[in-house]
Design a protein around this ligand. Structure first.
Ligand SMILES: C[S@@+](CC[C@H](N)C(=O)[O-])C[C@H]1O[C@@H](n2cnc3c(N)ncnc32)[C@H](O)[C@@H]1O
Length: 496
């Protein structure tokens, strides 16, 4: 069959059928490369009774798979004569459900239908007590339905975030722009974030002031970038919890947030403890120095909302032996197959969108290797080298049982050490549970890179600073070379 997919007008998706075995992904990959990653190409997978490795299967979750055809040959028979699937097939089917992949049952019924049907009818309290079912594949359908019903329901937050899945968003610029009330409101619902901050502040207060001096020594704490006050509240609760005396300065440069902050302080009766400073932390002349400097200026990639530059400017507010919360943060990247995101970026038909980082609730992706650290910032910065420029070269190996893989870009995360062992972050292996303030970041590649088994991926990331802006550049040099993305911050930058 010849299909013209070169026309530039909307079509129904074109489905291509692939047997779910090791080399079928390669056939699909060659085919979509011939079609230049055409956005209307979709896959229907033919599931066989033996499955490739989990890593090999995992690649399909980064592709546009619309349907999975499960033949009756795949089904086993349980002790009561019902059709069932192996544990690995069950896990795969759950993955299909989780990715809204339609399941199609095919083949001849291979189970003893009369017995199954009458059992099922009795089980289901069905009217078909004589064992006559509408369709001979009904028992298989019932089993697949049972697998669906057995899945854990999505937690409320996940349900709320369904609409954000694989949706490209521009990262916030809280320094250059003033955040809206609604954005603060969303932050403030994330109780886990503030619990972690409160834990860190408690420990810092206890380290700063021994128990026997708790009633005589007052700790000066500055919340820099206070927003509408949740970290002020967390600080006061930490003081109460530890029995320490506190004096708080809340510094915020967004005049709208400062209005709300004033109302909060009045409402809570904190006037004698909390002073509100409407200023950029980098330029405020404080009447005294702080023992503890608390901030949350972190983006999905840690330093991408310019926490390093803001805290460098605020460091002169901190005593020489003072504590910064967070004390450090590290960004991470990992290579991903993400055909939907790639096509969404490509649909803009320009280079600039391929040289931009996006905040995305990643879902339809395959993570091809464990994340690796990219850049770390430590506060207070006592080193002689004050530059926030960074460069890192990383090598990623894809596990040999994955087979070949296609890299459409990099998922980015962060992990922050708030104080000692109290941390906060979204790097998948250590992510803070039930925290929803940050989705990952995505750095696309202009041309996806094919990686063959045994070869490694060499990636370069730069963080570049000028007086008015900060930006990232990135490139791949092995197994093949990409252009350097975002040279001189020509497409994407963060304003200082
Ligand atoms: C990510 S929000 C966090 C707000 C609040 N701490 C919270 O947890 O809800 C960062 C806040 O820092 C403020 N901010 C950013 N850069 C600043 C600067 N240089 N000086 C003062 N405030 C700043 C922003 O306006 C914003 O309110």
């Amino acid at each position: 069959m010849m299909i013209d997919i070169t026309e530039d007008k909307p079509h129904f998706p074109y489905f291509f059928f692939f047997l779910l075995q090791d080399d079928s992904w390669e056939i699909w990959n060659s085919f979509r490369l011939l079609c230049e990653h055409h956005s209307q190409l979709s896959v229907a997978l033919d599931v066989l009774n033996s499955l490739p490795s989990a890593n090999s299967l995992g690649r399909w979750f980064g592709e546009s798979v619309r349907a999975a055809i499960i033949s009756t040959d795949c089904f086993l028979t349980n002790a009561r004569g019902y059709p069932c699937l192996s544990k690995r097939h069950q896990k795969l089917v759950s993955g299909f459900f989780n990715h809204s992949i339609q399941i199609v049952l095919s083949g001849e019924p291979v189970h003893s239908l009369p017995r199954i049907n009458s059992d099922l009818a009795a089980n289901n309290n069905d009217n078909n007590v004589d064992g006559v079912q509408k369709h001979p594949l009904r028992p298989y359908l019932d089993y697949v339905g049972y697998l669906y019903q057995r899945m854990d329901p999505l937690p409320e937050q996940e349900r709320f975030e369904l609409g954000y899945r694989d949706f490209l968003q521009s990262p916030l610029q809280p320094l250059m722009d003033n955040l809206e009330a609604q954005t603060y409101e969303t932050f403030e619902k994330d109780t886990m974030k503030y619990i972690q901050y409160q834990r860190a502040i408690c420990k810092a207060l206890q380290d700063r002031v021994p128990d026997d001096k708790a009633s005589s020594v007052t700790t000066v704490l500055m919340v820099v970038g206070a927003g509408r006050g949740p970290l002020v509240r967390a600080s006061l609760q930490a003081a109460e919890e530890t029995g320490r005396k506190l004096k708080v300065y809340a510094v915020e440069k967004n005049p709208n947030a400062v209005v709300t902050l004033h109302s909060l302080v009045k409402l809570e009766g904190w006037e004698n403890i909390v002073s509100i400073i409407s200023s950029d932390m980098r330029y405020w002349d404080a009447p005294e120095k702080a023992d503890i400097l608390v901030s949350e200026l972190l983006g999905s990639f840690g330093d991408n909302e310019l926490s390093p530059e803001c805290l460098d400017g605020a460091q002169r507010l901190l005593k020489d032996d003072g504590i910064s919360i967070p004390s450090s943060y590290t960004s991470f990247i990992q290579p991903v197959t993400a055909s939907k995101l790639y096509n969404d970026v490509k649909s803009h038909k320009d280079v600039a969108h391929f040289e931009t980082a996006y905040v995305v609730k990643l879902h339809n992706i395959a993570r091809l290797a464990p994340p690796q650290p990219v850049f770390t910032f430590i506060h207070p910065n006592r080193s002689t080298d004050k530059s926030n420029n960074r460069y890192t070269k990383l090598q990623f190996g894809v596990s040999s049982d994955t087979g070949s893989a296609m890299i459409h870009g990099f998922a980015g995360y962060f992990d922050a050490v708030l104080y000692k062992e109290v941390h906060l972050g979204i790097e998948p292996s250590t992510s803070t549970p039930n925290m929803f303030s940050w989705f990952p970041i995505f750095f696309p590649l202009r041309t996806p890179i094919s990686l063959h088994p045994g070869s490694s991926l060499e990636v370069h990331f730069w963080r570049c600073c000028r007086p008015s802006k900060v930006w990232y550049e990135w490139s791949v040099t092995s197994p093949s070379s990409s252009p350097i993305h975002n040279t001189n911050g020509r497409s994407y930058w963060v304003g200082l």
